[in-house]
Write a protein that binds this ligand. Structure first.
Ligand code: MGD
Ligand code: MGD
Ligand code: MO
Length: 690
């Protein structure tokens, strides 16, 4: 039912909420509710960052909440694993059976139970609060949540000292903006609005991205480097800054650590060397460095918006380290509109231990499983080193069968008849197809939550706008009741969702203001590193990291080539990246018809030259393949691809794919240099007409 088209009546009310999705923007929402039905979701004009504007996806949120295919009652598997055949059962029958299965496994070893979750909702309450308590009390394996940002996060922590940076609104005042590894128009719309303001005020905007993205189309310059070569480019920019003396010597002397060593390393990267590695011209590097270095003389503010696109390769952590160092070389941090922003998460004083209660582990220290290698881990037999085989998997806020790398392994693991799998979901996703039980979860319009952001520094509250649809229950409620069925009697399992919202920030944020306005802006410094004061152990911007050196790693950053470097394999000559599609949010929204209609179908973007040598025409169905598998889709020959690189925009549900696969059939489980993150964009393939 197209609720969004209905005219609200005079009794309609507006409820303030927060967008739950994994996106740096974390918008403030206003939901219009008429007679108990949500009829419209719009951006809150009173929240400066949202400014009354939403992306297409979330302005269609009611289509998601009232989707005819929503799972609205507990479902129990009847067919073989993965067949997607289920029958409805009562909540009590489902929870009793799940509890008895978990009890039997936990009696042998609770570490055989694994939670699997990510940021389907970024809410602190529907995320790891009651769920964390449940798994800690059980003594289940811990999950290392690396699937997205941990390489870049580690890069920032070992350079700036935390996930901190330039305040997003101040980009509007910058005179040069480098948009580096980010398709902002698609994935960070509200940042783009500030960048566009700067552009109107005369700023130059340069996009650094293998793909000619929707954002690159709107920038003054586009540097289409090969995937995974950003570290080499950053080193060469440094080399140029040094040889031309475009340096802020005072800033370097007072506020950085390891300059002499970094200088020596950067001098090994003349533009000729980097150009060959990056697949770009010497002139492009020289011009980029000249633009960046000019501010040392002019004092004009220059800022870099990095996003996580560039860290999904072997050297992702080092690349982020190198780029995060650039502002210190030219003293860009002196200005509030200068510096670099990748993530603002460290600004938020979240009381994680209060929410998740690690004390409930009661002295046990369970092993940790990396979510990015779930394919291998589900297939891992018990061993002294690994511990028990995984016997039960509880999935919430994630769709691993679609989004985890090396799908053939992931699917084989989920298909194990002896694996007991429970999936808390809105829809019958690729992962839910493999469940023993699907439990219907509420959407953001139906539950309480509180949110931080990784793109701005406001805390947002989400109030439920409507009652749960069908028999859906909030994740918190499901874990609360599962705890009761397990016989867990600790008082913390009785906390209500509103109480959990209050605990998330404790006294650090005024909850009455949240209730009233829907958001609270944190008090953060305008130009955080104008006088150094980096939250590193040395208090300086750490070019040299003693913490990394202590772990036996290189204390200095370097260019770390891809595991599957472009040009290194005759069998697989093309580098494939699979960045987000504009109208999906990872694999969410793929089943919303209006958004899927806009995206069309899974496609591979390819340069006409690469197509010609393979006798491929625009629109052909192709096989994209490597040693890990084969994915079939149609090909688009357009200006977005450079020679040697193909793009499979993600992340489609496998079941919508031509041969029941998506791009992750091709990606590998190899990890990054720092942060143990996946390397989705470090992937060689070849393509043939099917
Ligand atoms: N519409 C939409 N918005 C989203 C998402 C979505 O799926 N759809 N995903 C959300 C999530 S989970 C995240 S983590 C964030 C950020 O998500 P990111 O994955 O950072 O997404 P993008 O901002 O699109 O940035 C990816 C860009 O990096 C480019 N890229 C790929 N490899 C390289 C490389 O080696 N070097 C460089 N320089 N660039 C490279 C891609 O071509 C792409 O344009 O966005 C969030 N916002
Ligand atoms: N090839 C390739 N793969 C990628 C990426 C890529 O760029 N290329 N990007 C990676 C990145 S950056 C990320 S962050 C991951 C994202 O991977 P995931 O975190 O798994 O994100 P989604 O695919 O959006 O799946 C989230 C699921 O959570 C469900 N959900 C939402 N809200 C709730 C709720 O309140 N309760 C419950 N129980 N469920 C809820 C949604 O219905 C959805 O099915 O994917 C990664 N995979
Ligand atoms: Mo992500």
């Amino acid at each position: 039912m197209p609720h969004s088209s209905r005219q609200p009546s005079e009794q309609a009310i507006q409820i303030k909420g927060a967008c739950p999705h994994d996106c740096p923007d974390t918008c403030s929402l206003l939901t219009t509710v008429d007679n108990g039905v949500a009829v419209k979701v719009q951006g809150n004009p009173a929240h400066p960052h949202t400014d009354g504007v939403l992306c297409t996806k979330v302005s269609r949120y009611t289509e998601r909440t009232y989707h005819p295919e929503r799972v609205l009652q507990p479902m129990k598997r009847v067919g073989p694993k993965g067949s997607g055949q289920f029958v409805p059962v009562s909540w009590d029958a489902a929870l009793s059976d799940i509890a008895s299965r978990l009890k039997a496994i936990a009696a042998r070893d609770p570490q055989a139970v694994l939670p699997y979750s990510y940021a389907g909702t970024m809410g602190l309450v529907q995320g790891e609060s009651m769920a964390g308590r449940f798994f800690n009390k059980l003594g289940a394996s811990l999950l290392d949540r690396t699937i997205c940002a941990s390489a870049g996060g580690a890069g920032l922590v070992h350079t700036l000292g935390g996930k901190v940076g330039t305040r997003v609104a101040f980009f509007a005042e910058s005179k040069l903006i480098l948009i580096w590894g980010s398709n902002s128009i698609a994935s960070n719309l509200h940042f783009w609005r500030y960048a566009n303001q700067a552009k109107r005020d005369g700023a130059k905007i340069i996009c650094i991205d293998p793909r000619k993205s929707e954002t690159a189309d709107k920038c003054h310059e586009h540097i289409a480097l090969l995937p995974g070569t950003d570290g080499a480019l950053a080193l060469s920019i440094m080399q140029q800054l040094i040889v031309h003396d475009w340096l802020d010597h005072d800033y370097l002397a007072n506020y950085t650590l390891g300059w002499e060593q970094l200088r020596e390393r950067a001098l090994q990267w003349p533009p000729e060397r980097a150009a060959a590695v990056c697949g770009i011209t010497v002139a492009q590097i020289e011009s980029l460095a000249r633009d960046y270095g000019a501010s040392v003389k002019t004092g004009a503010p220059v800022a870099i918006r990095m996003n996580y696109g560039l860290q999904r390769v072997h050297g992702g952590g080092n690349a982020v380290r190198l780029i995060a160092m650039l502002p210190a070389l030219i003293g860009a941090w002196r200005h509030r509109a200068g510096g670099v922003l990748l993530s603002s998460s460290s600004a938020f004083p979240v009381q994680r231990a209060k929410l998740e209660r690690p004390d409930l582990r009661a002295g046990r220290s369970p092993r940790t499983i990396n979510m990015s290698t779930i394919g291998d881990d589900l297939l891992h037999p018990a061993s002294a080193e690994f511990g028990p085989a995984i016997e039960a998997l509880i999935v919430y806020n994630s769709n691993p069968v679609a989004i985890a790398p090396d799908s053939a392994k992931v699917v084989q693991g989920f298909a194990r008849e002896d694996l007991f799998t429970v999936v808390l979901e809105h829809f019958q996703t690729d992962t839910a197809d493999y469940a023993d039980y699907i439990l219907p979860a509420t959407t953001q319009l139906e539950h309480w939550d509180v949110h931080s952001s990784y793109g701005h520094t406001d805390v947002l509250l989400n109030r439920p706008a409507i009652a749960p649809v069908g028999q859906a229950r909030p994740n918190t409620q499901i874990f609360r009741e599962l705890a009761a069925h397990m016989g867990f009697t600790d008082a913390c399992f009785a906390d209500t969702d509103e109480a959990l919202c209050r605990q998330a920030y404790g006294d650090a944020v005024d909850f009455d203001t949240l209730l009233d306005k829907g958001f609270v802006t944190l008090d953060t410094p305008e130009a955080p590193f104008a006088q150094g004061r980096f939250p590193t152990p040395s208090g300086k911007c750490e070019f040299f990291s003693q913490r990394l050196a202590d772990r036996g790693l290189d204390g200095l950053p370097d260019h770390v080539p891809n595991h599957e470097a472009p040009g290194s394999s005759a069998a697989y000559p093309l580098a494939m990246i699979s960045p987000p599609a504009r109208n999906f949010l990872n694999s969410s929204f793929v089943n919303v018809q209006s958004l899927r209609d806009t995206e069309g179908e899974p496609r591979l973007e390819m340069h006409p030259q690469d197509a010609a040598t393979r006798q491929i025409q625009d629109g052909d169905t192709v096989r994209v393949f490597n040693a890990r598998g084969e994915h079939r889709c149609r090909v688009s020959l357009n200006h977005r691809a450079r020679p040697g690189v193909v793009h499979g925009l993600g992340v489609w549900w496998r079941k919508f794919g031509l041969n029941g696969t998506n791009v992750n059939q091709l990606t590998s489980q190899a990890l990054t240099d720092l942060g143990n993150a996946p390397t989705f964009y470090d992937c060689l393939v070849d393509v043939q007409a099917a």
